[in-house]
Design a binder for this molecule. Sequence first.
Ligand SMILES: Cc1ncc(COP(=O)(O)OP(=O)(O)O)c(N)n1
Ligand SMILES: Cc1nc(C(=O)O)sc1CCOP(=O)(O)O
Length: 210
Amino acid sequence: MSASLKGLYAITDATLLPTQEQLLFACEQALLGGAQLLQYREKSQNKRKRLAEGRALANLCAAYQRTLIINDDLELAAELGVGLHLGQKDGSVEQARRLLGDQAIIGATCHQDLALAKRAAEEGASYVAFGACFPSQTKPLASRAPIELFQNAAEQIHLPKVAIGGLNLDNSAQVIAAGAEMIAVVHALFSSTDIRQQAQAFSALFSNPV
Ligand SMILES: Cc1ncc(COP(=O)(O)OP(=O)(O)O)c(N)n1
Ligand SMILES: Cc1nc(C(=O)O)sc1CCOP(=O)(O)O
């Protein structure tokens, strides 16, 4: 299934979505609202939980013809036949590409470093992620990336650029205008009382640039 690497990228959070029922409901709302990619980000070491939730989300994404991305865990991504996001300490993009194959969506955290992004591109990444663009409630200690980075990256990195960290409906438009093809969001999406409507509002930023 070919994925659109432009638009809203929804990322789950176990604090906001503690049960599988809440996780599935919230993610379906995000997909109905137009999220193009869905990342399962579950930091617990509970393998059984991760497999069960990952499988349920993979089925959900398949039903909506969207792509699931697993954070950090190559083994789980391979088992489910879905995409993968790797941080700088989570293993190499090259190895993941070899295991997951040509068609898999593989993303890489590049913080605020264009050299990391160039390397990820050479190793076969599908997208590069820069952040944190703004202070993040989900990851308060994340290092910050300046918005101008997206302008500089456009000339040098020929892959979709994902912006992450503290993004909300008030600050995302400027990051999109600077060149980010995707906006990755946890808190401003999954803490909403109407996730579907919130996802629609984020998605609309891509069709109605301000
Ligand atoms: C789209 C996207 N960008 C960056 C990250 C952060 O990944 P990582 O550096 O592996 O940190 P943790 O998510 O593991 O805390 C991401 N998950 N997704
Ligand atoms: C998982 C993650 N990685 C980041 C980075 O900068 O690499 S910021 C972040 C958290 C994003 O959540 P929120 O939308 O709630 O700020």
